[in-house]
Design a binder for this molecule. Structure first.
Ligand code: NAP
Length: 311
């Protein structure tokens, strides 16, 4: 069997194309476009790429993007002061502080920053208010990555109701909200993590398997029930040619790609899973673009709500 590829990039383009006229209508009604404040602290290369793609996507759908790039030496107090300013601003409907924050800011800095963002502008969906609303299945701003996965499943005609969903990973931004969203859609949900015994056997009972671990090619064929839907959230970089050959095979175009770019992206799911799964999200071009599209959707929703028109 060769898995059906769930084309996240195509679905993300669809979502953004739907948003563009809605953003224009918002701007025409309110005399200003929705505004998104993005804060990047430090020089983490992956964060720089994510922020650039979020800013570009926001500009393309018609948002006003206010990008703040701060040096890694910025104090936590200064970041909190900036967030407070953005909270008070009428022009900013959404605020995004890219994580991870520089380690020098200290433990607990991320939570402090996220706790400072006005929940009405929390377009990442990480605030206690947003998470509480998700737990209670009330309308609110949802964490973008799992919300994007739900959109993908819906638009690809994959209904989680009555299915056994297994999620590997219990992070606040992916694993836990994913579990809740699937639960609300009537899946029977199992959450696995680094202390789960018999991980492969548990996963092999899943109709829907979501891998959000952060380990290259961790989910191999033995984790997957034949015909299952597999969603690969992982974004890992391989720079060693031997590793690229080991995962993708000697004839793979990824070998040339690594030579040109210095590294290639790989998910948490081993490429061999395509031979067993019924449907599979690719990396790149799967979950990543959806995360950005859902950020756009959240920003418009936050703007509509602040203008008194949303839920
Ligand atoms: P995280 O906070 O590091 O969480 C990883 C989870 O995986 C933890 O719950 C951990 O268990 C579990 N885990 C680690 N090793 C394991 C093992 N050997 N067996 C079973 N479980 C194991 O990561 P995250 O933020 O959720 O991100 C996960 C991956 O998704 C990363 O590759 C990240 O880059 C990617 N990501 C992609 C997008 C996107 O848009 N595509 C968005 C967000 C994240 P414990 O809790 O027990 O430690």
């Amino acid at each position: 069997m060769t898995a059906r590829i769930l084309d996240g990039a195509r679905v993300a383009r669809e979502i953004r194309a739907e948003l563009t006229p809605q953003v224009a209508a918002f701007a025409a009604r309110g005399g200003r476009p929705p505004g998104l404040g993005i804060v990047l602290i430090g020089e983490d290369p992956a964060s720089q790429i994510y922020v650039r793609s979020k800013a570009r996507a926001g500009g393309e759908v018609g948002f006003w993007i206010d990008l703040h790039v701060l040096p890694a030496s910025t104090s936590l107090a200064d970041v909190l002061a900036l967030v407070t300013t953005l909270n008070r601003s009428d022009r900013h409907d959404g605020i995004l502080v890219q994580s991870p924050l520089p380690q020098a800011m200290g433990e607990g800095a991320t939570r402090q920053v996220f706790d400072t963002i006005d929940p009405a502008k929390d377009v990442d969906g990480f605030s206690a208010e947003s998470v509480g609303r998700l737990v209670q299945n009330r309308p609110g701003l949802r964490s973008c990555t799992p919300a994007g996965i739900m959109e993908l499943l819906d638009r690809c005609g994959i209904d989680p109701a009555g299915r056994h969903a297994v999620i590997i990973g219990r992070s606040d931004i992916v694993g836990k909200p994913m579990a809740l969203m699937l639960l609300h859609r009537h899946a029977t949900v199992t959450i696995c993590h680094s202390r789960t015994p018999d991980l492969a056997d548990t996963c092999a009972r899943a109709d829907l398997l979501v891998a959000a671990i952060g380990r290259a090619g961790f989910v191999t064929r033995g984790f997957v029930k034949p015909g299952a839907t597999v969603v690969d959230v992982g974004m890992n970089r391989l720079s060693d040619e031997t590793e690229v050959r080991r995962f993708f095979g000697d004839g793979s175009p990824r070998i040339d790609e690594r030579a040109r770019k210095g590294s290639v992206l790989i998910g948490d799911v081993h490429p061999e899973v395509a031979e067993v799964a019924g449907a599979l999200t690719p990396v790149p071009g799967g979950v990543g673009p959806l995360t950005v599209a859902m950020l756009m959707k959240n920003t418009l929703a936050a703007a509509e709500a602040r203008a008194g028109r949303g839920t």
